[in-house]
Design a protein around this ligand. Structure first.
Ligand code: ADE
Length: 265
């Protein structure tokens, strides 16, 4: 394998407790598939998280098992009824699952951040409720929902992708999930890192289609490489997400670098 060198990542000898993650959805098979692969699959395999997908249509009444109905007050679309979702939540202990924090995924929620991932990764259990159509009857929130999260300012067809995004972000923070080479501490937005966007990365070959790797990275000069990476992080953040720089401790030299960037120098 190329470039084993680079920075050592911390090894974590703690044995994590199993985190119960329930996902209430109309598409359990599609959601489940994501937990058979990659880092999330590894988290399941290593008994770091237990994924329990429930189709809340199973809790609907009538021959057609309808879970939606017309909105009171009129308007377009259908609304998911509170009762089938509530029953699915109430039933979790019967299948030996803890309910924990109930998280609703909706575009009306607070935008999910790495800070939320860090906080939720400490919970014993979380139940994710995935809406579809125009959403879920708002009275479910009063009775059951502890937090509402959006994954960004755009409208998805349902909460499933958002639940998968959030679980992925949580699972990779848990001890024993990432291998040493995949350390989560120096990534963009990481609290353990510097909350800047990450500097660019390069691997072999040193020249690719005429583009050279920045020479400092080939210098073997650790301190200079660190300085270069920090400056590149600051530049990337200033260019793409300038608002992030407001909450970061910067040295006077770094502040003047940002000033120069702002002046277009
Ligand atoms: N459901 C539909 N759009 C969503 C979004 N942006 N985030 C979370 N859940 C959603």
């Amino acid at each position: 394998m190329a470039n084993q060198e680079l920075t050592a990542s911390p090894t974590d000898s703690e044995t994590p407790t199993l985190q119960q993650l329930n996902i209430l959805t109309l598409f359990p098979e599609a959601v489940q598939a994501y937990f058979n692969i990659g880092v999330t699959g590894r988290a399941v395999e290593r008994s770091v998280i237990d994924i329990h997908c429930v189709n809340f249509r199973d809790y609907a009444q009538g021959n057609y098992k309808a879970v939606d109905d017309l909105p009171f007050g009129g308007g377009a679309g259908m609304v998911i009824q509170a009762e089938p979702v509530a029953k699915a939540i109430d039933d979790l202990p019967l299948s030996g699952r803890q309910r924990g924090t109930v998280v609703l995924l909706a575009p009306t929620g607070k935008v999910f951040t790495q800070r939320d991932a860090e906080r939720l990764s400490q919970s014993e259990a979380i139940t994710f409720v995935c809406g579809r159509y125009e959403g879920i009857d708002a009275r479910l929130n009063i009775e059951y929902v502890n937090e509402v999260f959006s994954i960004g300012d755009y409208i998805l067809s349902g909460g499933e992708l958002a639940a998968m995004v959030i679980i992925d972000a949580i699972a990779r923070l848990k001890p024993g999930v990432l291998n040493n080479s995949e350390s989560a501490t120096h990534e963009s937005h990481s609290l353990g890192g510097d909350q800047l966007l990450e500097h660019p990365h390069y691997t072999r070959p040193a020249t690719w289609r005429g583009h050279e790797v920045p020479p400092v990275l080939l210098s073997g000069h650790h301190k200079r490489i660190q300085t270069w990476r920090r400056e590149e992080s600051i530049k990337a953040t200033a260019r793409v997400r300038p608002e992030l720089l407001e909450n970061i401790d910067l040295s006077p030299a770094e502040r003047s670098l940002i000033e120069r960037l702002r002046r277009g120098e």
